[in-house]
Design a protein around this ligand. Structure first.
Ligand SMILES: O=C(NCCCCCn1ccnc1)c1cc(-c2ccc(F)cc2)cc(O)c1O
Ligand SMILES: [Mg+2]
Length: 214
């Protein structure tokens, strides 16, 4: 049967990247998406903004919602200090399978815990299952209509601390209007928009960074 796009992306990584070299894995995926098939990775332009925020926060605990094929997982994990706890959540088993292989190809499997399941089910259990009290950095890149309900779960289950940073992809395209309205109007957050473009295109998109004020 016909392969899937994530499977073809994995093949491109295995063919064109150097095992154990995260930069080459990132480049191989970007090349594949620019020259072979578009895919919904955060991409190189927004990826540089992601890198700068992760570097600035230098988090000890990280949560990513929406692993997909592991591109942003690799971007984040390659920047983390040893001992950092990094959990990434993927709903789609086929994507998760490819992501595990791409993360391992980059040599970052020991830095990442990939959890398969729905964020809404997992968030209430994270403290119990993974011994995490609060997250220093959260990257939202999953279903766009889950950003708002999930940030409310973070608040409800005490997973944020004064200074926690949330970074949300796709706030323009496909768009997350309710989430934007919430973080920009809530007195509990200080938000800033980073203009950019939809991965591998000229379409307007951007990232919203929100600082939890406690
Ligand atoms: O839907 C997206 N991501 C979620 C994928 C499923 C997540 C499953 N999951 C994981 C954990 N919990 C649930 C997404 C879409 C686009 C896009 C933009 C333009 C276009 F024409 C088509 C698509 C661009 C992105 O950058 C995206 O992130
Ligand atoms: Mg995205």
């Amino acid at each position: 049967t016909r392969s899937t796009r994530p499977q073809r992306m994995l093949k491109a990584v295995q063919k064109n990247a150097i095992r154990g070299n995260p930069e080459s894995v990132i480049s191989a995926i970007d090349y594949f998406c620019k020259h072979s098939e578009w895919a919904m990775n955060v991409g190189d332009e927004k990826g540089c903004i992601l890198d700068s925020v992760v570097t600035e926060v230098d988090p000890s605990t990280v949560l990513e919602l929406g692993t997909y094929c592991g591109y942003s997982t690799v971007r984040i994990a390659r920047l983390l200090s040893p001992g950092t706890k990094f959990i990434t959540v993927e709903f789609n088993p086929a994507s998760a399978e490819v992501a595990r292989k791409i993360i391992a190809y980059a040599g970052l499997q020991d830095k990442v815990t990939l959890v398969e399941g729905a964020s809404g089910d997992l968030i209430p259990q994270i403290k119990k299952l993974y011994g995490i009290t609060t997250f220093d950095f959260i990257f939202l890149d999953h279903w766009k209509d889950r950003y708002l309900p999930d940030i409310k779960l973070f608040e409800e289950y005490g997973l944020l601390r004064k200074g926690s940073v949330l970074l949300a992809d796709n706030v323009i395209c496909p768009g997350t209007p309710e989430y934007l309205e919430y973080v920009r109007n809530s007195p509990r957050y200080e938000s800033r928009y980073y203009p950019s473009h939809l991965e591998y295109t000229k379409v307007e998109d951007g990232l919203e960074k929100s600082l939890f004020l406690g």
